[in-house]
Design a protein around this ligand. Sequence first.
Ligand code: ADP
Ligand code: ZN
Length: 215
Amino acid sequence: MIIVLMGAPGAGKGTQADMLTDQVGYRKISTGDALRKHVKLGTPVGKQAADIMARGELVPDNVLLDVLREEIGSNPKEVVVLDGYPRNLTQAETLRQVVEGVHPVRGCVHLDVDRSAIVERLSGRRVCSSCGTSFHVSANPPKKDGVCDKCGASLYQRPDDDAKSISVRLDVYDRSTEPVLDYYRQRGLYCKVNGAGVTDEIFRELRDAISTCLN
Ligand code: ADP
Ligand code: ZN
């Protein structure tokens, strides 16, 4: 069963998906994380994706299809939280076809956050180079500057978290990704969760919204 987690860049999808994994046991698939792993390892996919990602544009759909197939698995009982896919209508249709019969999409939960908060969140974000945990320079700083609280590895700023790429990513979101919300709305699968405020409260609302989708 698949739950599609949607929201603008910086809406907190990654953080919330990690909490769903740790606290509820759902499996998270993040296409952004998967692509960054390919980039780090220098695979053919990574070589194709690196510059596109740094600019904040979308990696081609056929590349994403390979990544999706690699990650999705075939256990129909498992609850999979999909973070970062689909990002356009073509991908939404691809997902439906790829998972048909095995992993039905049971809901699309939209983590809704104000545009003004988003730029602030992304530009102050720092990410662990080893475990991927996100921090924020002022809202959620690590105990020791530049060091991950969880695993002690060094923090870095994602190349696409600079002002220019942030603006491209938000444009891409408005143009290509937002129509996907309507795609799921028309299929009766859409629900919205307020993504502003305290992480734990957002988490509770999100967890309840997902339970409703799964019932
Ligand atoms: P964010 O949601 O913060 O923008 P992600 O980590 O989800 O970041 O994605 C980072 C980048 O990876 C995207 O800007 C894009 O270049 C690429 N990417 C991730 N998922 C997809 C996708 N489904 N289709 C195309 N490109 C993708
Ligand atoms: Zn870490």
